[in-house]
Design a protein. Sequence first.
Length: 257
Amino acid sequence: MKISLKTPEEIEKMRVAGRLAVDVLDMITPYVQAGVTTDELDRLCHDYIVNAQQAIPSPLNYKGFPKSICTSVNHQVCHGVPGKRKLKNGDIVNLDITVMKNGYHGDTSRMFMIGKPSIRAKRLVEIAYDCLWIGIRQVRAGGYLSEVGKAIQRYAVSKKCSVVQEYCGHGIGREFHEDPQVLHYYNPKSEEILLQPGMTFTIEPMINAGKRHVKQLPDKWTVVTKDHNISAQWEHTILVTDTGAQVLTLGNHEQQP
Ligand code: MF3
Ligand code: CO
Ligand code: CO
């Protein structure tokens, strides 16, 4: 697939989709508490997206994914399938929301800490957030995509954490997952990709407290760390502009780079 450059009209639609994905995270935040099941969170998000937003939850039936959001708890890295599991005090959980509206997708995820997390868990969640923003700050037209992964990896390693390599960020637009692949570690391949205004892609580093290695559970979706150490991830959808990057999924407490 070729990297598509979005027209101003397409960018407007992506802004709308991005905003809706953020609104879902804001809507669900008060429910992310000890005792709630990940199924209940999925149901609330599904109904909000479908009824209030008149939009489509992109994960539902995507390559057979059975739910409308991904919920990845503790040592789950990504693509956690909502189920009967109840969140409990000390858990950390990533909620990953992708919404399609008017034919365009917006994709964002955040970490939530339940009750009082351990110092170690809180630290990992903060390092993963900093990794996301360090990556975002590398984005500029004329720069190389490889700068994103290089900077994220350098920071994560400096904090004695590791970066998952099997899953990456992605172009996004009319398709949920488009080219290019956005690696969160250094790889000479991404040195060949020059950033151009109008590119839209996600940055979504998965940062592990232990080793980087991961495996998939028998449910064929949920990805977990092999060493069972905790993992954290945050995600934004980004637009490349002439002067840098614009975050299309900016939270109310965040500032554009
Ligand atoms: N939202 C995830 C991402 O950031 C993809 C989830 S695919 C699903 O790319 F099928 F698991 F939903
Ligand atoms: Co996502
Ligand atoms: Co994504």
